[in-house]
Design a protein around this ligand. Structure first.
Ligand code: ATP
Ligand code: MG
Length: 721
C-alpha cells in the first residue's frame, strides 16, 4: 500500500516521529511546530500502516473540542469511522470508565458530578453543621486541601496530620466531606480522576483488560498533566503499551491547578526506552511574531531549551497600541477587525484574548455596537453570567416589585431561609388568586398563613427590597448598582465562596458597576428612567445569544482557553501590570514565570498579525486604574514592534464628535497635532492627539525620551516650541 500520503506535509523530524517503530516517545517542541499534527498523523499511521485496530488506541487531548477535531482529522486521513478509538480529556475518559464500571468503582449507577461551586457550597454546609467558623476555615482553602490531596492520590486514611491542629481539622473535614459525597452519590472533579486511578489499583482484572486493549496511548499538551493524571497513564501503560507524549515546557500554564512540568522528566525515567524527538521548525507564525515570542520566553530561567525558526517571511511587525482607556481599546480592536473584513477576511479568523473574564464586557459592548457577531469560547457572555443575572434580579425588583422571574431568582440568593416549601405555598396561592409573588407575600404575611420562621424570612426579604429601593432612590445608576451588590449580600456570598470561579464572579459583579457607569442613556428612552433603560439594555444584550456555530463570528476567550488553537489575526488586550501579569501573580513571586508562559502561549496563537493593546487608564472591577504597560511588552525587542500612534482619524466617530468640540479649546491652548512641545519633567516631544474640552482637555505627547503620555492641558504647563 502506498502510504506516502501519511507523510506528505511533514518535515523530516516529524516523519521520524510519525513513522517510528512501535515504542514510547517524547516529542518536545515549541509552539506551532506541529506537535498536534504529528500526534494525529501517528494515529493514522498506526491504523493504516501498522494495522492496529482503533480499539487499541487511547488518545488524550486538552479539550473536548480538540478531541472532536482530532477524530475528524484522523477519519479524513484514514477514510473510515474510528468510533471504537477512545479519545477525550483526562476527565472525560476517566468519567467514561466510571460510568461503565460504576459498581467496581463503588458508586451508585446514577452518580452525579459536582462542579467547584457545588463543592464549596457543600463544604459550607458541613462547616456550619460542625459549628466551625468560615473565616477560620474558608471553604476555598478546605476545598483546595481536599482537591490537592486527591490530586496526589491520597485518601484520608493515607494521611498523617501530625500534631498540627489545623491540619488535623482539615483532615477531619476531608473525611466528613467524603462521607457526605459518598452518601449522596456525588463526585467532584478530582474524585473522578482519583477513582479511575483506584479502579486500576483495586481491580486487577479490569486493569488487565484495559492494558490488553490499549496498546497505544497518546497524550497532547502533556506539560499540563498533574500527578494523578500521570499516575493513571503510568499504571495503564504497564510495561507493554507504547506511550507517545507531546508537549512544551514553555506552555505549562496550569501550575496553579497542580500541573507538574516535572512529569516530563518523570516520563523519561519511567520509560527509559523512550526516544526524544525535538521539532524546531514553526509553521504557524510569521518571522516577527516567532522571534518576538522566542525573546520573551527567553526571560524565564530553567527551561528545557528549544529554538524555533520559520521559513516564513518576517511579515508585519507586531502592532502595539496604547489606548486612552478601555473603551478606546475596544473601539480600536473592532476597527481593525472591520478593516480585516473589508479586505475580504473572515470574522472567525480574528481572536481577542484577555487575561480575566471580566475584561470581555467592554469588548462585547463594542462588538455589539458595531453589529459584529462574536462567540465567547469556553464561557458565557457577560450579561448571561449567573452572578450578573443575580444582581440584575435585584435591580429588576427594585424597579418593579411584580417581576416574578426576578423574585424567584433572588428570593433565596443569598440563602435567607426561604425554602422550597414556602415558595410552593407562595406560587400556588399566587396562581389561585392571580397575584404576583410580591403581592402574595404581602397577603400571606397579613393573614399570618406562614409559619413563624418562614414568615420572618419572607418579611426580611420584602423589607430588604423596600430598603434598597429607598436607599438608592436619588443615586446615579452606577451607585445604585454598587449599593445593591453590596447590600443584597450577593458580593459577600461570592466572596465567601472563594475559589477560581468565585473570584471571577466577584470581579464580574464589580465590573457591572463599571458597565452602569459607562452606560449612555439613549435619547429615545429618556422617559423611562436610567435604571429601566439599563435593564432593557442588559436584557437585549443577553437576549442576542451567542452567534450560532454556523455564523462567521469573532472569537473571544481567555488566554488559558486559547491553548493549542491558532488564528490569522490575534489581539491581546489589557496587557498592563496588574492585569497581565495579574495582581495575584505579582504578589506571589513564583507565579510570574507562569504568566510569562501564558504570554508566550497568547503570542504564538497568531499566524499573520498580532496586536498587543493596553490602556493608560482603565475602569475595571468598578474602579479606575492608571496602570503601566506590562513588563512583557518591554521584554519584546523593539525591532519586532511597531507602535501605533493615535491619530484623530484612527478613533471611531464617537471620539471624533468630542474631538470636533475640543478643536477650539485645543486651538486656544496654542497646541496642535504634530507640534513640538516641552514639558518640565519629560522634556521635548511631539503632540499626537487630544481629547475633551475645558479643564478636562487632555493631550497626548510622544516624548523623545519618555514615550507616549496623556497629560491634562491645564496642569501640564506645556511650552510650545
Ligand atoms: P501548540 O504548541 O500551539 O499546540 P503545535 O506544536 O501542536 O502547536 P500544530 O497545531 O500541530 O502545532 O501545528 C501548527 C500549524 O502548523 C498548523 O496549522 C499545522 O497544520 C501546521 N503544520 C504543522 N506541520 C506542518 C508541516 N510540516 N508543513 C506545513 N504545515 C505544518
Ligand atoms: Mg498543539
Amino acid at each position: 500500500m502506498d502510504v506516502s500520503f501519511l507523510l506528505d506535509g511533514l518535515n523530516d523530524k516529524q516523519r521520524e516521529a510519525v513513522a517510528a517503530p512501535q515504542s514510547s516517545m517524547l516529542v518536545l517542541a515549541g509552539a506551532g511546530s506541529g506537535k498536534t499534527r504529528v500526534l494525529t498523523h501517528r494515529i493514522a499511521w498506526l491504523l493504516q500502516v501498522e494495522n492496529q485496530s482503533p480499539y487499541s488506541i487511547l488518545a488524550v487531548t486538552f479539550t473536548n473540542k480538540a478531541a472532536a477535531e482530532m477524530r475528524e482529522r484522523v477519519e479524513k486521513i484514514v477514510g473510515h469511522n474510528t468510533g471504537r478509538m477512545w479519545i477525550g480529556t483526562f476527565h472525560g475518559l476517566a468519567h467514561r470508565l466510571l460510568r461503565t464500571h460504576w459498581q467496581d468503582a463503588g458508586l451508585p449507577q446514577s452518580f452525579q458530578i459536582m462542579d467547584s461551586d457545588d463543592q464549596q457550597r457543600l463544604l459550607k454546609r458541613i462547616l456550619k453543621s460542625m459549628n466551625l467558623d468560615e473565616k477560620q476555615y474558608p471553604p476555598r482553602l478546605v476545598a483546595g486541601y481536599i482537591n490537592g490531596k486527591k490530586d496526589q492520590g491520597l485518601r484520608p486514611a493515607h494521611i498523617d496530620a501530625g500534631p498540627f491542629p489545623m491540619e488535623q481539622k482539615l483532615l477531619e473535614l476531608y473525611r466528613i466531606y467524603q462521607d457526605s459525597c459518598d452518601r449522596a452519590g456525588l463526585v467532584d472533579f478530582a474524585e473522578i480522576l482519583l477513582r479511575a486511578h483506584e479502579l486500576w489499583l483495586n481491580k486487577p482484572h479490569l486493569l488487565a483488560h484495559y492494558q490488553d486493549r490499549f496498546r497505544h496511548i497518546l497524550v497532547d499538551e502533556f506539560q499540563d498533566t498533574n500527578a494523578i493524571q500521570y499516575a493513571w497513564i503510568r499504571v495503564l501503560a504497564g510495561n507493554t503499551a507504547n506511550v507517545m507524549i507531546v508537549g512544551d515546557d514553555d506552555q505549562s500554564i496550569y501550575g496553579w491547578r497542580g500541573a507538574q512540568i516535572e512529569n516530563l522528566h518523570r516520563f523519561l525515567q519511567d520509560f527509559p526506552g523512550a526516544k526524544t524527538i525535538r521539532l524546531e521548525q514553526n509553521y504557524r507564525s510569521t518571522g516577527n511574531i516567532l522571534k518576538a515570542s522566542n525573546e520573551l520566553i527567553a526571560n524565564n530561567p530553567d527551561r528545557m531549551g528549544k529554538e524555533l525558526w520559520t521559513e516564513d517571511k518576517d511579515g508585519e511587525p507586531i502592532s502595539l497600541y496604547c489606548a486612552f482607556n478601555e473603551m478606546d481599546e475596544a473601539r480600536f480592536i473592532v476597527g481593525r477587525i472591520s478593516d480585516w473584513q473589508d479586505k475580504g477576511g473572515m470574522l472567525g479568523e480574528c481572536a481577542i484574548l484577555y487575561r480575566s473574564n471580566a475584561q470581555s464586557r467592554v469588548l462585547e459592548e463594542a462588538l455589539l455596537h458595531k453589529g459584529m457577531p462574536y462567540r465567547i469560547y469556553g464561557g458565557l457572555r457577560f450579561f448571561e453570567r449567573q452572578e450578573i443575572k443575580d444582581a440584575m434580579g435585584y435591580l429588576r425588583l427594585i424597579s418593579n416589585r411584580d417581576d416574578d422571574a426576578a423574585f424567584e431568582r433572588v428570593v433565596n440568593t443569598p440563602a435567607r431561609g426561604i425554602g422550597e416549601r414556602t415558595l410552593d405555598i407562595l406560587r400556588s396561592t399566587a396562581r389561585k388568586e392571580q397575584l404576583t409573588l410580591w403581592q402574595t407575600s404581602l397577603r400571606l404575611l397579613e393573614e399570618k398563613v406562614l409559619s413563624g420562621r418562614a414568615a420572618n424570612a419572607v418579611k426580611g426579604f420584602l423589607d430588604l427590597i423596600v430598603q434598597l429601593r429607598s436607599d438608592t432612590d436619588e443615586l446615579p445608576l452606577y451607585r445604585v448598582a454598587d449599593h445593591v451588590i453590596q447590600h443584597s449580600g450577593l458580593k459577600a456570598m461570592y466572596e465567601a465562596e472563594k475559589g477560581e470561579n468565585a473570584q471571577a464572579r466577584v470581579e464580574n459583579l464589580e465590573e457591572l458597576v463599571t458597565a452602569a457607569r459607562s452606560f449612555e442613556m439613549p435619547e429615545e428612552l429618556e422617559d423611562m428612567g436610567e435604571l429601566n433603560a439599563f435593564l432593557s439594555h442588559a436584557a437585549l444584550e443577553a437576549g442576542e445569544g451567542q452567534a450560532d456555530a454556523h455564523t462567521d463570528a469573532v472569537q473571544l476567550m481567555t488566554l488559558h482557553s486559547a491553548k493549542g488553537l491558532e488564528f490569522p489575526m490575534v489581539f491581546m488586550a489589557g496587557v498592563e501590570e496588574g492585569i497581565f501579569p495579574s495582581k495575584l501573580a505579582l504578589e506571589e513571586g513564583d507565579r510570574l514565570e507562569e504568566e510569562r508562559r501564558l504570554c508566550y502561549v497568547g503570542m504564538t496563537r497568531a499566524m499573520q498579525k498580532l496586536y498587543i493593546t493596553y490602556a493608560e487608564s482603565r475602569r475595571i472591577y468598578g474602579r479606575e486604574d492608571y496602570a503601566r504597560p506590562s513588563r512583557f511588552i518591554r521584554e519584546i525587542p523593539p525591532e519586532y514592534v511597531e507602535e501605533i500612534r493615535l491619530k484623530a482619524q484612527v478613533s471611531a466617530p464617537l471620539v471624533a464628535n468630542r474631538f470636533a468640540h475640543a478643536q477650539q479649546t485645543f486651538n486656544d491652548s496654542g497646541l496642535k497635532i504634530g507640534g513640538r512641545v516641552r514639558h518640565f519633567k519629560f522634556g521635548e516631544g511631539t503632540v499626537t492627539n487630544y481629547e475633551g474640552s475645558g479643564p478636562q482637555a487632555r493631550v497626548q505627547v510622544q516624548f523623545d525620551d519618555f514615550g507616549s503620555k496623556w497629560l491634562v492641558v491645564s496642569y501640564a504647563k506645556l511650552e510650545s516650541l
